[in-house]
Ligand binder design. Structure first.
Ligand SMILES: Cc1ncc(COP(=O)(O)O)c(C=O)c1O
Length: 357
C-alpha cells in the first residue's frame, strides 16, 4: 500500500502526556497541574475580553506581556520571548540553536519531550547519566556538546541545582547554548535569569502552567541575550507569527500583576509538599528532596513495588505518574494537590499496601 507520510513522520516517537481523566471522584496528581485556580484577577481579565479583541489578530510580539515579564524579572523587554506553553518555547529554541550542531546533551532522566524534539528537528541527542542518587553533576556535560539542556529543578526527580553550579558550567562551556528549563523553579530553585546579562549563551525558559495555574491557557516564556531572542523570533515568524492568542496574553499579564495570590498559592503547595514527604517517609518510602510541585518517591522499604502501587491507586481513581524504565522503575512521581487530595492519596496508599503488601 502507498504510504503518503513523509520520512519525517516515520522517524518520530511522539511525547505521551499524563492521562487527563476527569470526574468528581478523580484525585489527579499525575501532570503537575496547580491544585488552586488562577488568580481572580486572571478570571476578571478573561471576562473583560471583548469581541473586537477576538475579531482581530493578537499582537504577534505579545509586547505588553513581554514588558510585564521583563519588569517582573528585572530585565529588558528585548531579552524576552513568549510562546504557546514552554513546550513551544523550548521547540523554538531547539530549532534556533541545536539543529546542524554536534549532539545536544541533556540528563538521561529528565523531561521526556527533549528526545522527542530531537527526533522532530533531526538533532543528535546525547543523554548524560545522572549520579546514582539522581543528582546532576554539571561536570558530566562535555565541551564538545552542540548544546546543553536541563530542567532546574529536574523532572521527574524534583532535585535542584544551586546557581553556583550553573555559573560554573557557563564559565567553562561557551561553544553552544545552555538552556535551563525552569518550568518548576517557582517552587524553590534559584533562577538563572540573573545570569543572562553575563552569559550570552544562556537561555532560561519558564511557564505559566505550574506556578500560575494556567496550564490550560498555554503560556511559556524565555529569557536570554538579545541575539538569542532575535534568533528565536526568526524561527517563530517562519512557523507561527501569533503563538499567543489575545485571551492568553491578557490572562498572563493579569497573573503577573497579582503577586500576593501567586505567593500564597506557592506557600500552600510548599507546605503540603513537606507534609506529604513526611507522611510518606514515616510509612517507609524514600522521598527525594523536592524543589518542585511534585515529589519523586520509591516504596523501597514498603512491602509493595512501585508498579503495583501505581496500578492499585489507578483502580481507585488516584492518578500518579509511573515510568516502567530503568533506573526509575521503582519510583513514582506524585504532583502536590490540595491538603484534602493528599489525605485521599494517603488513605488510598494505605489501602493498596494493605491489600497487596
Ligand atoms: C520540565 C518541563 N518543562 C516544560 C514543560 C512544559 O510545560 P508547558 O508546555 O505546559 O509550559 C513541562 C511540563 O510538564 C515540564 O515538566
Amino acid at each position: 500500500m502507498t504510504s503518503f507520510q513523509s520520512k519525517l513522520v516515520s522517524r518520530l516517537s511522539p511525547y505521551v502526556p499524563g492521562e487527563q481523566r476527569h470526574g468528581a471522584d478523580v484525585v489527579k496528581l499525575n501532570t503537575n497541574e496547580n491544585p488552586y485556580p488562577p488568580s481572580p484577577q486572571v478570571m476578571q481579565a478573561i471576562a473583560n475580553i471583548e469581541g473586537d479583541d477576538l475579531r482581530r489578530y493578537p499582537d504577534p510580539e505579545a509586547s505588553a506581556l513581554c514588558k510585564a515579564l521583563a519588569d517582573y524579572e528585572g530585565v529588558e523587554s528585548n531579552q524576552v520571548y513568549v510562546a504557546n506553553g514552554s513546550d513551544e518555547t523550548l521547540g523554538l529554541a531547539f530549532m534556533a540553536f541545536f539543529t546542524d550542531k554536534a549532539a545536544l546533551q541533556f540528563p538521561n532522566i529528565s523531561y521526556s519531550f527533549y528526545p522527542v524534539y530531537c527526533k522532530l528537528f533531526d538533532i543528535q541527542a546525547s543523554p548524560v547519566a545522572l549520579n546514582p542518587d539522581f543528582s546532576l553533576d554539571v561536570n558530566a556535560f562535555t565541551d564538545d556538546a552542540g548544546g546543553i539542556c536541563f530542567p532546574n529543578p529536574n523532572a521527574p526527580t524534583g532535585l535542584s541545582l544551586p546557581l553556583t553550579d550553573i555559573e560554573q558550567l557557563l564559565q567553562r562551556y561557551t561553544q553552544g547554548v545552555v538552556l535551563v528549563d525552569e518550568a518548576y523553579s517557582d517552587f524553590g530553585a534559584e533562577s538563572a535569569i540573573s545570569l543572562i546579562d553575563k552569559y550570552p549563551n544562556l537561555l532560561v525558559t519558564r511557564t505559566f502552567s505550574k506556578g500560575r495555574s494556567l496550564a490550560g491557557m498555554r503560556v511559556g516564556a524565555a529569557f536570554g541575550n538579545v541575539e538569542l531572542i532575535r534568533a528565536t523570533a526568526a524561527v517563530k515568524n517562519s512557523f507561527n507569527s501569533y503563538p499567543l492568542d489575545a485571551v492568553a496574553q491578557s490572562a498572563a499579564i493579569a497573573s503577573l500583576a497579582d503577586e500576593a495570590y501567586f505567593q500564597n498559592c506557592k506557600q500552600k503547595i510548599i507546605h503540603t509538599r513537606n507534609t506529604l514527604a513526611n507522611a510518606l517517609q514515616s510509612r517507609g518510602f524514600t522521598v527525594l528532596d523536592s524543589s518542585a510541585n511534585f515529589i519523586f518517591v520509591s516504596p523501597k522499604s514498603v512491602p509493595i513495588d512501585a508498579k503495583t502501587l501505581y496500578e492499585g491507586l489507578n483502580n481507585l481513581n488516584v492518578l500518579v505518574r509511573y515510568w516502567p524504565k530503568d533506573p526509575i522503575q521503582d519510583w513514582l512521581r506524585i504532583s502536590i494537590g490540595t491538603d484534602e487530595e493528599i489525605t485521599l492519596l494517603l488513605n488510598a496508599i494505605d489501602q493498596v499496601v494493605t491489600e497487596h503488601g
